[in-house]
Design a protein. Structure first.
Length: 275
């Protein structure tokens, strides 16, 4: 017991996960994984700038963040289907604040076969995900370089490892974001800025619920039956929780993750069938 206590004391002293004094922008932060990440970053001491489209939900989310180190959290309203709105929102933040952490997180495109997708489906998803990520990164990078510290973390999907059936547009766009992130990581690593991807598996969020409901309707089956079938394919036999995804994102945002760069890390209970 004494040895374990001494080891824990030594380990916690060595591993710095404090975000006190840092500013973080968290996209899609009113619910699900985005909100869970915002909460965790605030617990670690970060000042958060929430970015989403629903002001009432943003205000509610803001009230749930920790202020234990007197952080003054803020929010900006922006619909991610409007690149100009996102660009205006982020510029209003970086005008007065240097950002140390950027969490790119946007709801996924609608389900459907890739053969049924239209050109507009791809163009809309490309703008909502990759173009917004580019605008956000370009806005925060000058401040990160000045600070000598930056973390860009993209919440994507395990589909960048193995495509997921009936998510044709999503698979395509998520892979594009992963390639963009890897390219960016090669360019900015020299400035102590890391770029990494968190790949959630089946996680208990509103999006998962909607996908399950759609599958149940299509198969004319019960929701509980679909859930059971999906959970059986996961080695841990359960869905993940948003907080479990947030834990990895928070670690990657911290000084302790200083040499992790250009990585795509699944958080899926072992579901993804690749090494």
């Amino acid at each position: 017991m004494l040895i374990g206590t001494l080891f824990l004391k030594f380990y916690t002293q060595k591993m710095n996960i404090s975000l006190t004094g840092m500013n973080a922008v968290i996209c899609g932060s009113t619910q699900g994984i985005g909100l869970a990440v915002a909460k965790e970053l605030s617990v670690l001491g970060a000042r958060s700038f929430l970015l989403a489209r629903n002001e009432n939900m943003l205000q509610e989310a803001l009230s749930q963040l920790s202020v234990h180190v007197q952080q003054q959290h803020e929010y900006r309203v922006a619909d991610f289907s409007d690149n100009n709105a996102v660009n205006t929102a982020i510029k209003s933040i970086v005008r007065d604040h240097k950002i140390h952490i950027l969490i790119n997180n946007t709801g996924g495109p609608a389900a459907g076969a890739v053969t049924a997708a239209t050109a507009n489906d791809f163009e809309d998803a490309f703008r909502q995900h990759l173009v917004n990520n580019q605008l956000l990164a370009q806005a925060v990078l000058p401040g990160m370089k000045e600070e000598g510290y930056g973390r860009i973390i993209n919440i994507i999907s395990t589909s960048v490892k193995i495509p997921i059936q009936n998510l044709g547009v999503s698979n395509t766009i998520r892979a594009a974001v992963a390639a963009w992130a890897k390219t960016l990581s090669n360019e900015v690593g020299q400035f102590n800025i890391t770029v990494n991807n968190v790949l959630p598996g089946s996680t208990r969020t509103g999006r998962l619920d909607s996908l399950i409901a759609e599958m149940a309707e299509k198969k004319q089956s019960g929701i509980a039956t679909i859930e059971k079938e999906m959970e059986e394919k996961i080695p841990m036999k359960r869905f993940g929780l948003p907080e479990e995804i947030a834990n990895l994102a928070a670690f990657l945002a911290s000084p302790a993750a200083s040499y992790i760069n250009g990585a795509s890390i699944p958080v899926d209970g072992g579901r993804t069938g690749s090494i």
